[in-house]
Ligand binder design. Structure first.
Ligand SMILES: *Cc1c(COP(=O)(O)O)cnc(C)c1O
Length: 241
């Protein structure tokens, strides 16, 4: 369906986003009920990559408080366009050290911390800017290095580094379930790793897991943050890099 006028297009989009959000909230509520969890324990993080700032504004108007981006080039301008909405911004993409300074300037939570050099870069950017991002250790639950993440055996060491780094708070852990296998196995492994991190760092309670396709499994396994894009905003067009 193609909108015939710009006003149709604007209200049509608002209706689409509202419907997507209602459906995602219902799925989260159902997953919490099935798991015997309080929905207040689960934060919906809207992943708005490839979608315009106008969609972020619609989401904010509907009560969404947490928004995520995965590329610094796209996130920086979008955050600026959404100033004043009181949003918490999450960075969930693979992060090069030379982008640390820019990302620290707007991100409240960085989900993709997976190596010592990145901890050092984020720490010096935070110390310089006076900002204090929460950092999650991204855990690789398979051998697919292209998606980032540190091996489970090295998570505690990196968590200690973050906790000891000037300007950074250790928030917890994050993972993306491996493609083509039961996400429950991956999320169960992540929950065990999260519990070990929490033993040494009791305040690091975040488990960022679950996306459009597997948020119920993630919630069943203890996710505190689900990162949802497609189910909220629709399919993404191919990204030109
Ligand atoms: C894009 C993205 C998501 C959202 O994925 P959907 O399947 O669209 O919900 C979640 N996490 C990360 C790290 C992403 O890059």
């Amino acid at each position: 369906m193609f909108p015939t006028s710009s006003s149709d297009s604007v209200s049509g989009r608002a209706d689409e986003v509202a419907a997507g959000l209602a459906e995602v909230r219902a799925r989260i509520a159902a997953a919490c009920a099935a798991a015997g969890r309080d929905p207040a324990e689960v934060t919906l993080v809207a992943v708005t990559k490839t979608f315009p700032a106008s969609d972020v504004r619609l989401l904010a108007g509907l009560g969404v408080t947490d928004v995520a981006e995965n590329r610094d080039q796209e996130a920086g301008p979008k955050v600026a366009q959404c100033a004043g909405l009181g949003l918490t911004w999450h960075f969930v993409g693979q992060l090069q050290t030379n982008k640390a300074r820019s990302v620290v300037s707007y991100a409240d939570v960085v989900h993709s911390v997976d190596r010592s050099r990145l901890v050092a870069a984020l720490s010096s950017a935070a110390a310089r800017s006076g900002r204090r991002p929460r950092c999650l250790v991204q855990v690789a639950l398979d051998e697919d290095e292209a998606r980032g993440g540190i091996r489970p055996a090295d998570v505690l060491r990196l968590a200690d580094e973050i906790a000891g780094a000037e300007g950074l708070d250790l928030g917890g852990v994050m993972a993306v379930a491996p493609l083509g296998s039961d996400p429950r196995a991956a999320f169960t492994a992540l929950a065990e790793i999260a519990a070990r991190v929490r033993r040494d760092h009791p305040a690091a309670g975040v488990i960022s897991a679950g996306m459009s396709g597997d948020l119920a499994e993630a919630i069943a396994c203890g996710a505190t943050h689900v990162r949802v894009g497609t189910a909220l905003l629709g399919g993404r067009r191919a990204i030109v890099r």
